[in-house]
Design a protein around this ligand. Sequence first.
Ligand code: AMP
Length: 221
Amino acid sequence: MRILLLGAPGSGKGTQAKALAGMYGLLHVAPGDVFRQEVKAKTDLGRLVQGIMARGELVSDDITVRIIENKLDSQEAGFVLDGFPRNVAQAEALDRMLGKNGTGLSVVFHLAVSVEEVLKRAKSRRVCSGCGRPYNLSSEPPEVAGTCDCCGGKLVSREDDKEDTVKDRLAVYRKATEPLVQYYRDKGLLEEIDGSRPVAEVTADLAGLLEQKGIVRRCNR
Ligand code: AMP
């Protein structure tokens, strides 16, 4: 099962990718998470991408594609891609990568949300500084304020969730990434999803579509 989640920053890609990966035993591949880990570990790559991310810009295609190639190499159970591809050149690189193994994407879910909703979510988004689990202070708060339910880590705001940076990221999304909606529609892979609904409702919708399309089979035992 090879799933791609497409959507603006704050559309819920990360949350839904984690849910699907857990439900179906898929590899969750998110370049944004890789870059944040590199920044935290103060590696050369981390130092290189830190400013780019803080400005809401995209890391170069060759660095990003190399990371994805390494991640997808030798994985067999399937994957859910979250945050890659982010432009047509990356989408074509992904087609080539998968084509080498004679495969392709099973489905592309486009999580659609309004600009107002994206700005509202960014304001209340927190992530665990330990395990990276995302929270929303209004809709998905932690049990103990400021503390991760999973690992007890401290919850922090993402540097790139500041209002001005979110606006810049949305502009980058509209220019570079949104054309991918048509790219995958033309390939007959696109499913439009209303991403503004509660998390569990969206997850149930995605799981239902995976079943309906015969990508996963319902187990009645
Ligand atoms: P995300 O966690 O997906 O919102 O990504 C955070 C940041 O990482 C983005 O704003 C970019 O700076 C960088 N990034 C993530 N994915 C990509 C990608 N596919 N191509 C280029 N830069 C990316």
